[in-house]
Design a protein. Structure first.
Ligand code: RB5
Length: 150
């Protein structure tokens, strides 16, 4: 599994902590920045990673800003992206099992790295259930996307 990882300045510290954790888990990742706590605009990093995931250059993405909200808004603009802002383990599990989320967003100013690591572990290790009722709902999203993004 190959992960595209990125943050703005608000998520920089958490991103650096999660990089160490991903190494421990032996999960391959590419860091798309930012590279310091100097202010950068979250759409610049968020769109880049969402497009990489949409193009299937990476299996999944993890995007971190101050709240996780900006990154989630940005990533969900891209066709085929199902970004999930998860600040608890329950949501992380079901974002994968029910929603087949392909991007996780986190708020570096909201949660500590201990909880973030648990969320990342569960989110990465949970498969989409593939159940008919969830497929039907995801298909409805896809159908609307196909109409909107011609
Ligand atoms: C940056 O100050 C902050 O607005 C950003 O990290 C993020 O929280 C936006 O949603």
């Amino acid at each position: 599994m190959k992960i595209a990882l990125g943050s703005d300045h608000g998520g920089y510290q958490l991103k650096e902590n999660l990089k160490k954790y991903l190494k421990e888990l032996k999960v391959e990742y590419q860091d798309f920045g930012c590279n310091s706590e100097n202010p950068v605009d979250y759409p610049d990093v968020g769109f880049k990673i969402a497009i990489e995931v949409k193009n299937k250059n990476y299996d999944k993405g993890i995007l971190i800003c101050g709240t996780g909200v900006g990154m989630s808004i940005v990533a969900n603009k891209i066709k085929g992206i199902r970004a999930s802002l998860c600040h608890d383990v329950f949501s992380a599990r079901y974002a994968r099992e029910h929603n087949d989320a392909n991007i996780l967003t986190l708020g570096g100013r909201v949660i500590g790295s201990g909880l973030a690591k648990e969320i990342v572990k569960v989110w990465l290790n949970t498969d989409f259930s593939g159940e008919e009722r969830h497929l039907k709902r995801l298909n409805k999203i896809k159908q609307e996307e196909d109409k909107i993004y011609k």
